[in-house]
Design a protein around this ligand. Structure first.
Ligand code: ADP
Ligand code: MG
Length: 480
């Protein structure tokens, strides 16, 4: 007999893998609504809130679900996906990617929010079980927190140290220090992780503080619903009665004028009452084009912390920490290979590692560099396509205002040789080309010249922060 807690842990891992495989949008719409109900004999039962979701999951994800489950737990022989009335909550139904409200599920009845009965507890999503009474719609106001997203599991390096320190400070502080905290950075760099870490931390430390975490998308959905059912008053009361409001991916509401306006009012009301507000976005406040100037400026009043693209060291650190958490012994060579090749973001990095681990389990062979290369062939090819040496040469030449031809020329003055070395260094970092191949692209230079360039640039980066910044900027532009 398998303990339900063990099953739950396995379920968390299965879901995480599915998420990596299918992407955020599909996961959010179809897979996140699934709930682990029970296991009877060798049959595992998953509940879904609606027929639509059930049918879709059955026809599209049943196979992957089965094989991922079997990899986690060989005792699982079959999976039954059933409609579970206890989960049938209009708020939980898949939210269409468009902001259209016509796609809302049928059968919505009017619900009124009563702020008096609103408590911190109602934010915690209840575990679905047959014996729980029908759920209160407020339970779903807050997005479920991922228990794996904690400060402990967040690996800190140069690119994210400011964001981490700021997040940690806000989570620890009992008084509001900077308001709002605005975290921004590209996709998959840890914004949501840090947001959940803050929420998890505060809830554990002081359960009486009302922490509301939700995506901007969900905020909009709630707001539209309130407008539709003439509940805006209750909506306002509800949102303004929290101690900590966290809105993830705020760029989502740009151009959605009414939502944006409402968000701004909520934001102001909370900040005026000295309640902590934490926002994340993919850009800095001033770069949120399409958002009203007064909002952009207000969003930047507190502390703005950005998360830079990962460095090789951070990627390696994350992989090591993750391997440890998974209890896997993955050869360092393989981790280094991944850290070197998958430079886009942490989500892809984790996805790649999950694939390697899953593959090794399925075929029953230990992980090796060769197997990793084989398993990730398609992924690596996509990455290889992304940046070419030509692009690097063009970008670097433009940046330093030298002629493109000088990348291959014999001129040796420093103002030309240095950018050329930077381009060689970037070619080594960002493409899978070998040293001789790179040398050929730079006017048929020898591979030792390229090696020397890489060494020189690395040294300079280590001793000159301004120079390091410059090279990183170039890299970021190239990585797009
Ligand atoms: P974002 O919200 O910025 O798009 P996420 O927070 O969802 O990114 O991060 C993507 C994945 O990468 C998550 O699984 C997260 O746990 C992981 N991750 C990102 N940064 C780190 C880090 N510094 N240490 C550990 N895991 C990280
Ligand atoms: Mg996110």
């Amino acid at each position: 007999m398998v303990e339900l807690s063990t099953l739950n842990e396995q379920w968390v891992r299965v879901k995480a893998r599915l998420k990596d495989e299918v992407g955020d949008a599909a996961y959010r719409n179809w897979l996140r609504p699934l709930t682990l109900l029970d296991m009877e004999g060798s049959e595992l039962m998953l509940g879904v809130p609606s027929r639509v979701v059930r049918d879709w999951v059955r026809s599209n994800y049943a196979d992957r679900l089965s094989s991922l489950w079997r990899a986690e737990n060989p005792a699982v022989k079959s999976i039954e996906i059933t409609l579970s009335e206890a989960l049938a909550d209009p708020l939980k139904a898949p939210i269409a990617e468009s902001s259209s409200v016509t796609q809302r599920p049928q059968g919505l009845t009017q619900q009124s929010y009563t702020p008096q009965s609103f408590s911190a507890q109602s934010f915690t999503p209840p575990a679905a079980s047959a014996s729980t009474p029908p759920k209160d719609p407020r339970d779903d106001l807050s997005t479920a927190l991922d228990p794996r997203f904690t400060f402990e599991s967040f690996v800190v390096g140069k690119p994210n140290e400011l964001a981490y320190a700021a997040a940690h400070r806000v989570a620890e502080a009992s008084t509001v220090t900077f308001n709002p905290l605005f975290l921004y950075g590209g996709v998959g760099l840890g914004k949501t992780h840090l947001m959940h870490a803050i929420a998890n931390h505060i809830r554990a430390k002081d359960p009486s503080r009302r922490v509301l975490y939700l995506s901007a998308e969900k905020f909009m959905y709630q707001f539209i619903k309130a407008v539709r059912y003439q509940n805006t008053h209750a909506f306002k009361d509800l949102f303004r009665s929290v101690d900590v409001l966290m809105i993830d991916d705020v760029q989502f509401i740009i151009g959605k004028d009414a939502t944006q306006e409402e968000f701004f009012h909520t934001f102001n009301a909370l900040v005026d009452q000295n309640r902590q507000v934490i926002i994340s976005a993919d850009k800095s406040p001033s770069d949120l084009d399409g958002m009203e100037e007064r909002m952009r400026s207000r969003l930047g009043w507190g502390l703005v912390a950005d998360i830079h693209p990962t460095s090789y060291e951070l990627r390696l650190g994350i992989l090591q920490s993750k391997a440890e958490r998974m209890g896997r012994n993955i050869p360092l060579k393989v981790l280094e290979f991944l850290a070197h090749k998958i430079t886009s973001n942490v989500r892809e990095l984790e996805g790649a590692m999950n694939r390697i681990v899953a593959h090794s389990e399925l075929v029953g062979r230990p992980i090796s560099l060769e197997s990793a290369q084989e398993v990730l062939q398609d992924l690596l090819r996509a990455h290889d396509r992304r940046i070419t040496i030509d692009e690097i040469q063009r970008q670097v030449a433009a940046h330093f205002n030298i002629r493109l031809a000088d990348m291959a020329s014999a001129r040796r003055s420093r103002s030309i040789a240095r950018p050329r070395q930077i381009a060689m260094y970037l070619a080594k970092q960002l493409t899978p080309r070998s040293l001789p191949e790179i040398g050929r692209k730079f006017g048929g230079r020898d591979h030792t010249t390229v090696m020397h360039a890489v060494k020189v640039i690395e040294q300079m980066k280590g001793t000159d922060p301004v120079f390091a910044e410059d090279v990183d900027l170039l890299r970021r532009m190239l990585e797009g």
